[in-house]
Write a protein that binds this ligand. Sequence first.
Ligand code: HPA
Length: 270
Amino acid sequence: MRIAIIGGSGIYEPGILSQVREERVVTPYGIAVLKVGTYQGEEIGFMPRHGEQHTLPPHRVNYQANIWALKTLKVERVIATGAVGALNPRFEPGHLVIVDDFLDFTKRRTYTFFEGGETGVVHTDFSIPYCPELRRLLLEAARELGMVAHDGGVYACTEGPRFETPAEIRMIRQLGGDLVGMTNVPEVVLARELGLCYSLVAMVTNMAAGIAKHTLSHEEVLQVMAANREKLRRLIMHTLPRIPKKRDCPCSHTPARVEVRPRWEGERQP
Ligand code: HPA
């Protein structure tokens, strides 16, 4: 399986896939569950980041297990979706942004597979944080569909689960943030550490705190996601068949010096 989708808030089902089965992958970090189905003759994985019933808040998502599981299944390309608030006035609720950089304001997550010892000390290059090839394919697909998708935006990841204060949003804006969300770090980091191509399609669900004319709520995020889900689905459907077999990007050149192999439930974890 070459390609997987990680669905964020409001995207819990692999709607576009047929012959769907569930896979439980045992990793050194816990069990990751995903759906595997077929789209246009190719197997595609679908992982709902927050669980199918949205039971996992952003700081409790097992990012390590999720990414390790995808690598175990031989996935090379990941298209992730995420709900975001907008700081940049060019972005409005309902807009899609093909993110090209990030700022990290999270506080208590596990950010690496490389902990020294056997796994070594690894400093991964993040000069090009998101896969440039997947970004290009997503933007081309959006253009063909006549859909507005912004080319680039800086995603600021906050710890959550609370929304930000107006002062935090002013600070993030001054530091160059365009969008704010709670899940992209460490997901994007771990994916690169294992040499996966990773792209993020951000759906703006609200203007950020202090910019919005009203207070924020998770219900509003889910409502706007639901209203625009079809757009995201169409974009991903149109992009998947365009993804070439051979990768032509720097993402796989990272030194993944960890051994990633299938494990089984009950096996003693290192
Ligand atoms: N802040 C953080 N995460 C979010 C927001 C927000 O305003 N909207 C959707 N996810």
